[in-house]
Structures are given as structure tokens and as C-alpha cells.
Design a binder for this molecule. Structure first.
Ligand SMILES: CC(C)(COP(=O)(O)OP(=O)(O)OC[C@H]1O[C@@H](n2cnc3c(N)ncnc32)[C@H](O)[C@@H]1OP(=O)(O)O)[C@@H](O)C(=O)NCCC(=O)NCCS
Length: 139
């Protein structure tokens, strides 16, 4: 199996399918189309013609959030997720100007914290930061 990595935005169907494959509920089409246009970076993984994984970054250059890291179940455990996260981090790093700094946030799905710790992320709270907080709004 040869996995190819692409730094391109998926079409909406591919995006929906990859989220579906890990059991995540999708957002409505209107929100998804807008979000796909606004995302800072995407990394997709392909096995032949099949999209098997993705990861994405939301951000403005000072603060970034990694989202949508999804690997189809039959492709998990093959370092594809780690490769995607590391490629996203490298894309972010490349965009930091000389003398600048940035921070990358993310919220791990339950039980996935260890995966991100292996990629160099630190659990909050820690000695420098309080806990991460989140508010979810439904309409
Ligand atoms: C979590 C997920 C992205 C990991 O991707 P993956 O390709 O299966 O993982 P990798 O093979 O790249 O694993 C890299 C390392 O993390 C470890 N790891 C993977 N999942 C882990 C977990 N849940 N807890 C602790 N460590 C984990 C692996 O053992 C491997 O360790 P190693 O480098 O010492 O061998 C993937 O399982 C997935 O898509 N899950 C469903 C969706 C999801 O929860 N995404 C995370 C959103 S926050």
C-alpha cells in the first residue's frame, strides 16, 4: 500500500465521507461549504483513487486549531494520522515569520489524547496554562 499525501481541500462529498467513516455527525451543507473555503490548511491521504484520511487547520497566523483528523478505520494504526498531524504542524511552522511565535490548540476526542501527546502536544492544564474550555451552541 502506497499512501500519497496532498495539501489540498477536499470536495464536500469526500469531507462528509471521511467524517462519516469515523462516526462523526456532519455539519449542514451551508456551514460545511463556508468552512472548507476558510480553512487555512488541509492534508489529505490517498490510497490509489481512494481518500483514506484527512486533517485540517483553522487559524489566523497567531493562533491555530487542528481539526477533523480522521483516518478511515481500516487504515488506522499505520502512522497515517501521525503523518497528517506532523505535516499540518510543518505547514504552520513554515508560515511563522522570523521573530514570531504561534500556538496550536486542539481538543482530542475521548481516548485520543495519547495520540496527540506522541506528536508533541501537552495536556492542559499544565504549568503555563489553565484548562481548555469549550462552549457548543445549537440552533
Ligand atoms: C486518532 C486517529 C487519528 C489516529 O490515527 P492513526 O493513523 O490510527 O494513528 P497512527 O498510526 O498515526 O498512530 C501514531 C502513534 O499514536 C499512537 N496512538 C494512536 N491512537 C492512540 C490512542 N487513542 N491513544 C494513544 N496512542 C495512540 C499509535 O500507537 C502510534 O504510536 P507509536 O508512534 O508509538 O507507534 C485515528 O485513529 C482516527 O481517525 N480515529 C477516529 C477519529 C478521531 O478520534 N480522531 C481524532 C480527533 S481528535
Amino acid at each position: 500500500m502506497t499512501i500519497e499525501y496532498l495539501e489540498t481541500t477536499p470536495d464536500i462529498q469526500t469531507y462528509f465521507e471521511l467524517r462519516d467513516s469515523v462516526g462523526w455527525k456532519n455539519f449542514c451543507v451551508e456551514q460545511t461549504e463556508a468552512a472548507l473555503k476558510d480553512r487555512k490548511f488541509f492534508v489529505l491521504a490517498k490510497d490509489g483513487e481512494k481518500y483514506v484520511a484527512m486533517g485540517s487547520v483553522v487559524g489566523d497566523g497567531m493562533y491555530y486549531t487542528i481539526v477533523d483528523v480522521t483516518v478511515r478505520p481500516e487504515y488506522q494504526g499505520k502512522k497515517i494520522g501521525a503523518t497528517i498531524v506532523n505535516k499540518l504542524v510543518a505547514l504552520i511552522e513554515k508560515n511563522i515569520p522570523e521573530g514570531g511565535r504561534t500556538s496550536i490548540q486542539l481538543i482530542a476526542a475521548p481516548g485520543k489524547e495519547g495520540f496527540y501527546i506522541k506528536q508533541g502536544f501537552k495536556i492542559l492544564p499544565n504549568e503555563e496554562s489553565g484548562a481548555a474550555l469549550r462552549k457548543v451552541i445549537y440552533t
